[in-house]
Design a protein around this ligand. Structure first.
Ligand code: HEM
Length: 448
């Protein structure tokens, strides 16, 4: 019987607090002490979780076909996303949904959303004050929420859009509360729903509006010509010819909102933080954008996602024994790559903590050593969408706005729901605002 790798010896309560309060420092100190693989114990979980950062072990994990999800993903998210969310289903049911949903997220399709993203960004820029500090993270959230409402949900009725915007902001604020995870864990120990009860009530309000949107789409004889993702999901068919029913459509919409909104907004906030604290890189990016070259922009985004991965863990429960070099883990073990430790390995990345997009001009990100989107058959379904959206937002903001960092030092990471986010929301100062340049039809964000 294989034993699990050693790891921090403090009680689960202490390890949980360290993980919640200083996640990067917690993982970094475990890497220093225990190396590439170590076991952690979190409150509310019966078994330890093994964290990995060796790309070979991650390849073994992500190419395994019979792994399941660790319980942490399902118990915390099911009340919000619903039982048939693609993020939560396993095995055949999961693969069927992925197959059905993937075409809507294909890189080429993203072009249709360029105007939506640019307009949402322009609107947001016009609200920024000049000459005094403000946090850019909430602005990025407003943009990504608007993009989900228009490009994913396809909301075009202004009143319904306004209702949904208010309801969703409330719901997303609740799910981002700093004490939520601990609250959910404690309530679970007591056999209660705890904070999930209020989230459930808010969700009911959102569900009612989504039901209207779905009904409208089903009744629209021209829905097939619409470009939003909901219209494509309504039309999509499983292999047996059936489609998703209304309840399932609602689960997938909620999943796309929760998986795609905060993550992309946070990735953008981190990218601004890194750029504004690295003026040479910012100057090069601005110059390349002025020449209509997007290669450096792509490298900047890859580097920001490497150094500040928004989602720290993307784990599995082993369906069979995992072997990688000397590491052997028994079936049933909960295992997760530590995305940040993997992305900052000194043997993969020279000067791993430096923000150097140039490294990705020479070598594109590698599948198992650059994992901000997880991997294998559960890799983020919206990765192309997110990178596309980031390209459009950055290539809209940077030519129009001269921004400076409002804080001398780069941000520390704080936990916000399942994400690692800039503690102070990336405070910036808008120094100069220029009119939007006239744009050629060929977009800088042409799809990946
Ligand atoms: C920078 C932004 C984003 C980051 C960092 C991110 C990261 C992730 C990660 C780490 C996973 C788990 C992968 C795994 O378990 O291997 C995931 C899954 C997922 N993401 Fe994203 N994501 C982002 C944006 C988006 C967007 C924009 C959407 C859709 C609109 C989206 C939809 C999904 C879905 C549906 C899954 C579940 C995939 C499955 O289980 O098969 N994500 N994402």
């Amino acid at each position: 019987m294989a034993t699990l790798p050693a790891g921090p010896t403090e009680s689960p309560a202490i390890q949980t607090v360290r993980w919640v309060v200083r996640p990067l420092a917690f993982m970094e100190s475990a890497r220093r002490r225990y190396g590439d693989a170590f076991s952690v114990r979190f409150m509310g979980f019966e078994s330890p979780m093994v964290m990995l950062s060796d790309p070979e072990a991650i390849r073994a994990l992500y190419t395994g076909r019979d792994h399941r999800l660790p319980p942490g993903r399902t118990f915390a998210l099911r009340p919000l996303l619903g039982a048939r969310s693609v993020l939560l289903l396993e095995g055949r049911e999961h693969l069927d949904r992925r197959r059905l949903m993937l075409p809507a997220f294909h890189g080429e399709r993203m072009r249709a959303y360029e105007t939506v993203v640019r307009e949402a960004t322009e609107r947001e820029i016009s609200t920024w004050p000049t000459g005094r500090p403000f946090a850019i993270h909430p602005s990025m959230q407003a943009i990504t929420l608007e993009v989900i409402l228009r490009a994913v949900f396809g909301v075009s009725d202004e009143q319904r859009g306004a209702r949904l915007r208010t309801l969703l902001r409330d719901l997303l604020d609740q799910t981002a509360a700093p004490g939520l995870q601990l609250g959910v864990l404690l309530a679970r120990r007591l056999g209660r729903l705890g904070p999930l009860e209020r989230i459930g009530a808010l969700r009911a309000g959102v569900d009612a509006v989504l039901a209207e949107e779905i009904a409208e789409r089903r009744a629209d004889p021209h829905a097939g010509e619409r470009e939003d993702i909901l219209s494509q999901l309504v039309a999509a068919r499983f292999e047996d010819g059936s489609g998703m029913d209304d309840e399932e459509l609602r689960d997938q919409l909620m999943t796309l909102l929760v998986a795609g909104h905060e993550t992309t907004a946070t990735a953008l906030a981190w990218t601004f933080d890194l750029l504004l604290h690295n003026p040479g890189t910012l100057a090069r990016l601005q110059s390349e954008l002025a020449h209509g070259d997007e290669e450096y922009l792509r490298a900047v985004i890859s580097e920001a996602l490497r150094l500040r991965p928004v989602v720290p863990l993307a784990g599995r429960r082993l369906g069979s024994e995992l072997h990688a070099g000397d590491l052997v883990l028994p079936a049933g073990t909960d295992v997760t790559p530590s995305i940040w430790l993997t992305n900052t390995r000194a043997d993969t990345y020279a000067d791993p903590f430096a923000f150097r997009p140039e490294r990705f001009l020479e070598n594109p990100p590698a599948t198992y050593s650059w994992i901000p989107f997880g991997g294998g058959s559960r890799r983020c379904l919206g990765a192309s969408f997110a990178e596309f959206e980031m390209r459009i937002v950055l290539s809209t903001v940077l030519p129009e706005c001269t921004l400076a960092a409002a804080r001398e030092r780069p941000e520390h990471a704080a936990r916000r729901n399942v994400t690692l986010s800039p503690r102070h929301g990336t405070r910036v100062i808008l120094q100069v605002r220029r009119p939007a340049p006239r744009r050629a039809r060929e977009p800088v964000g042409s799809a990946a």
